[in-house]
Design a protein. Structure first.
Length: 425
C-alpha cells in the first residue's frame, strides 16, 4: 500500500523537525520561534510533499538535500542563538538519527515484508515518538545545559557528524535505493552501527567536559563560602574583644560619673552619658536579617570599599527564604565579583549600587556598577576577554533552578545585571 509509505515519509519529516527544534537554542522567545517556524516550514513542507508525490520516492531522495536540508539549515541558522559548531552539530545530530530510523525501517520492510509498507509504517509510527520521549526524559536538559556551559570544541564534533550524514544520504539513495544494490547493504549497515557508537563517544566527552566545569564551579563556590565563614568568624571575634573592653571600661565610666555626682555636676553627667551613647561599640553594619545575604554583603562590600569603590545598597529580604544558601552565594558572589572587577578598572567614579528586594513571590536583585567599554555581548551575555565566563554561567544555572530570569546591559559607562527569582517552595 503506497499510501502507507507516503504517510510514513511525511510522519518522519515532521518528527525530524520536532527533534531538532527540541534540541537547538533559538535567539527568540518560544512563541516567536514557533510562529516563524510555522510560517517558513509549512510552505517548505508543502513543496517537499509535492516534490515527493511528483517525482516519486527514489528521485525525491536524490533531491532531499536541495529541497529540504539546505533551506531548513539556512532558516534555522538565522534563528539560532549559537551560530557556531553547536548549531551545526545539533542540526546534523537530529538529521542523522532520524535518517537512520528511516533507513532501518525501510530495510526491515524490504527484507521482511517485500515492500508492502505496513511494517515500515508501524515501526516509524512508534519509533519517532519513542525516541522523543526518551530524549525529553533523560538527556535533553543535559544537552541544552552542555550547549550553555561548553562553548568550545563543537566544530570538531560537527565534522564526523556531517560526514556521517552525507555518507548515509549518498549510500542509501545513489545511484539507486540501497536494497537494490545488495553488495552495498552490508557496508551501509556497518555505517549505521558505527554512527551511534560515534555519537556515544561524543556525548561522553561532552558530558565529561560539562561535569568538569560543574565541579570547578562547585569548588569555587565552596571556597567563597569558606571565605564568608572566615569573615563571619573574624567579625564575631571582633565583637568579643569589643565586649571584653567594654566590660573592663565600665568601672572607669562609673567612677567618672560618681565623681560628677559627688560634685553635683549634673550637666557633666549628662554630657558624659551622651558621649558614651555616641561611642560605636559595634561599628559593623547589619545589612539585612537574612544571615547568608548579610554575610555576603559584609564580605564583598568590605572588599569593594578596600579597593576604593563607593558602594550604595538598598536591601530588603526576609530572614528566611526558599532560595537555598548555595544559590544565593552563587548569584550574589559572582555578581559582586564581576562588579568589583569592572569598577576597579575605572579611573574615576568607582561605584557599585546593589538592590535586593522581595516583591510577592519574586526576589529581585539589581546591581549597577561603573565600567569601561566597549563590552562585547554574545547571545545577550557579556563576553569576557579572558577566562571561560563560568561566573555568568553559574548565575544562569542558579536562576534557572527557580525559573528565574537574568539579563545584562551596558549603557553610558554603567553595567547592569538584573536577576529575578521565584521565591516559592
Amino acid at each position: 500500500m503506497p499510501i502507507l509509505r507516503d504517510l510514513s515519509i511525511i510522519w518522519a519529516l515532521l518528527h525530524v523537525l520536532v527533534l531538532f527544534v527540541s534540541l537547538y537554542d533559538s535567539r527568540y522567545s518560544t512563541k516567536k520561534t514557533i510562529i516563524l517556524t510555522a510560517i517558513f516550514m509549512l510552505p517548505l513542507g508543502a513543496i517537499n510533499v509535492a516534490a515527493y508525490l511528483f517525482f516519486g520516492p527514489v528521485k525525491y531522495a536524490n533531491l532531499l538535500l536541495l529541497l529540504c536540508t539546505l533551506p531548513s539549515l539556512i532558516f534555522f541558522y538565522i534563528l539560532a542563538k549559537n551560530r557556531d559548531g553547536r548549531f551545526f552539530f545539533t542540526f546534523c545530530l537530529a538529521d542523522t538519527i532520524s535518517y537512520e530510523i528511516i533507513a532501518i525501517t525501510a530495510l526491515l520492510e524490504y527484507y521482511i515484508c517485500g515492500n508492502q509498507f505496513v511494517l515500515m509504517f508501524v515501526l516509524r509510527l512508534i519509533a519517532f515518538p519513542l525516541l522523543e520521549f526518551f530524549m525529553w526524559k533523560y538527556w535533553r536538559k543535559m544537552y541544552l545545559n552542555a550547549q550553555t556551559i561548553v562553548t568550545k570544541g563543537w566544530g570538531l564534533f560537527t565534522i564526523p557528524a556531517a560526514l556521517f550524514y552525507v555518507i548515509l544520504v549518498m549510500m542509501s539513495s545513489y545511484p539507486t535505493i540501497v536494497y537494490e544494490r545488495p553488495y552495498d547493504v552490508l557496508p551501509f549497515v556497518l555505517i549505521m552501527i558505527l554512527m551511534p557508537a560515534m555519537y556515544l563517544i561524543i556525548f561522553k566527552v561532552l558530558f565529561n567536559q560539562q561535569r568538569l566545569v560543574d565541579e570547578q564551579e562547585k569548588k569555587r563556590n565552596i571556597e567563597i563560602q569558606t571565605q564568608l565563614l572566615q569573615n563571619e568568624l573574624e567579625i564575631d571575634q571582633k565583637y568579643l574583644r569589643q565586649a571584653q573592653r567594654t566590660q573592663h571600661d565600665y568601672r572607669h565610666h562609673n567612677r567618672m560619673i560618681l565623681q560628677f555626682a559627688q560634685s553635683n555636676d549634673v550637666k557633666s553627667i549628662i554630657d558624659y552619658i551622651d558621649d558614651l551613647d555616641d561611642c560605636e561599640l559595634y561599628s559593623d553594619i547589619r545589612y539585612c536579617d537574612n544571615i547568608c545575604v548579610d554575610n555576603i554583603l559584609r564580605f564583598y562590600i568590605g572588599n569593594a570599599q578596600s579597593a576604593g569603590i563607593t558602594v550604595k545598597y538598598d536591601v530588603d529580604i526576609d530572614e528566611s527564604t526558599n532560595i537555598q544558601d548555595v544559590d544565593l552565594v552563587a548569584i550574589l558572589a559572582n555578581v559582586f565579583e564581576n562588579a568589583i572587577h569592572a569598577a576597579e578598572a575605572v579611573k574615576v567614579n568607582k561605584t557599585i549600587d546593589i538592590t535586593i528586594h522581595k516583591k510577592g513571590i519574586k526576589l529581585l536583585i539589581k546591581c549597577v556598577n561603573t565600567a569601561t567599554g566597549p563590552i562585547r555581548f554574545e547571545n545577550g551575555l557579556p563576553k569576557r576577554k579572558k577566562g571561560n565566563g563560568v561566573g555568568v554561567q553559574s548565575i544562569l544555572q542558579s536562576a534557572e533552578k527557580y525559573r528565574g530570569d537574568v539579563s545584562f546591559d551596558f549603557k553610558d559607562d554603567l553595567f547592569t545585571c538584573h536577576v529575578i527569582l521565584n521565591d516559592i517552595e
